[in-house]
Design a protein around this ligand. Structure first.
Ligand SMILES: *Cc1c(COP(=O)(O)O)cnc(C)c1O
Length: 427
């Protein structure tokens, strides 16, 4: 499939039926799998043979969908998780343990900020947050001898900052650690972080990949290029024998291409059990089949709305990297030449109060804790997703208290602009 263009991979990647087999990807709705002899099954437990034994670890439907996303990103191995949160936690915890340290962009999803700054801190994993605009020197200064990973989002939710992936990858690699990029907002249709030096990509497939607000899910994809063995002292979990798996050394047995995902599946999925259900994977695959058709429409609507808001007298500012006046326009031209995503954020001159009137008056755009859906929706992060942050942290994360995030769906842009215009008139 990797010889085909991206749209073809969206439609047909991950699953090719044999003679007389279902044209549609089958849902393997089974917790368990049958074997003729215990020896056959033993080989699976020892990771000596490929196969399925229990859906907490692996399921054929999930693997087919993971294979499609892996083909889209240009990676060597991938896995699905129950949510984007699980994907980011697994991607980090697969290489970090108590006593380790992470360098992360401060401009990230509120849930991920909380995961890293509070929950993982309780596990003894500390973090230094850096501005996505940090200079090479500032980035350099954030590293410690116990740093194990660098983390950022291609387009941050909801701040809409655009990550200079090459700069972050260069800093990570200079310190012998991988760059993990959450590529949820652009999806591989608009950006493939591996092409710019990222090592691991994560997704909340709940967003554009599903695209219909139907199924929660996540994915982790490995580029298969980072040389764990060259930095073996930093990554004992990959480079020394795993006692819980009969002394297997993942980086030796599965190489650069397979070590990360094999360990993540056979250890973390085994022990934490954040599987995606095969039903959800099936729904996710329906979304993936039209991802390349939907993304340009989301971008078209967002660009039109961003331009409308920008020229409106009641609007104080607009964040959208497709606007030539945007701080991230240049960097977006490089990493997102076909546009970024369908999410725009803006502040009204009337502050918090105007924001609440505006949102109440919208008819097509519903108030939802969601983005990247076929239906337009909006949110005030300060009073919802980011409410655990104080005003100072909100500003630092690029989501000041009055900020409205609007996620443009697949409706006709004329209707969306008319709706937004009416709501602004009501202020
Ligand atoms: C939504 C989101 C997440 C969390 O994903 P869930 O599927 O809701 O767990 C992580 N990262 C980004 C960028 C997101 O937008």
């Amino acid at each position: 499939m990797s010889d085909y263009k991206l749209g073809t991979r969206c439609v047909q990647g991950g699953y090719t039926p044999g003679n007389g087999e279902p044209r549609q990807m089958p849902i393997v709705q089974s917790t368990t799998f049958r074997y003729a002899t215990s020896e056959d099954m033993g080989k699976l437990f020892d990771l000596e043979a490929n196969g399925y034994f229990y859906s907490r670890l692996q399921n054929p439907t999930n693997d087919m969908v993971a294979a499609k996303i892996t083909e889209l990103e240009g990676g060597t191995a991938g896995m699905l998780t129950s949510s984007g949160q699980a994907a980011n936690f697994f991607a980090l915890f697969n290489i970090c343990e108590c006593g380790d340290h992470i360098v992360a962009s401060s401009s990230i999803y509120g849930g991920t900020f909380n995961l890293i700054s509070v929950t993982m801190a309780k596990m003894g994993i500390t973090a230094t947050f850096v501005s996505p605009d940090a200079s090479e020197e500032e980035l350099d200064a954030a590293f410690r001898p116990n740093t194990k990973a660098v983390f950022g989002e291609t387009i941050a939710n909801p701040a809409l900052t655009v990550l200079d992936i090459e700069k972050f990858a260069k800093a990570a690699h200079a310190h012998g650690v991988p760059l993990i990029v959450d590529n949820t907002f652009p999806t591989p249709v608009n950006c493939r972080p591996f092409e710019w030096g990222a090592d691991i990509v994560t997704h909340s497939t709940t967003k554009y990949m599903d695209g219909h607000g139907a199924a929660l899910g996540g994915a982790i994809i490995d580029h298969g290029v980072f040389d764990w063995m060259a930095h073996a002292e930093k990554f004992p979990g990959l480079c020394t024998p795993d006692e819980s798996y009969h002394g297997i050394t993942y980086a030796e047995k599965f190489g650069k291409e397979g070590a990360f995902i094999t360990k993540c599946t056979s250890q973390l999925m085994r022990d934490f059990g954040s599987m995606q259900s095969p039903q959800n994977a099936f729904i996710l695959n329906l979304g993936l089949e039209s991802l390349h058709v939907r993304m340009p429409k989301h971008v078209e609507n967002a660009q039109a709305v961003a331009e409308f808001l920008y020229s409106h007298p009641k609007v104080a500012y607009v964040n959208y990297s497709g606007l030539p006046t945007d701080k991230y326009y240049e960097v977006a031209q490089k990493y997102l030449p076909n546009g970024g995503c369908g999410v725009v954020s803006f502040g009204l001159k009337g502050g918090r109060e105007a924001a609440s009137i505006f949102m109440r008056e919208l008819k097509l755009g519903a108030i939802e804790t969601h983005v990247a859906d076929a239906r337009t929706c909006c949110l005030n992060p300060a009073t919802s997703t980011h409410r655990q942050m104080n005003d100072e942290q909100l500003k630092e994360a690029g989501v000041p208290a009055e900020l409205i995030r609007i996620s443009l769906g697949l409706e006709d842009k004329e209707d969306l602009i008319a709706d937004i215009s009416n709501a602004l008139d009501a202020i």
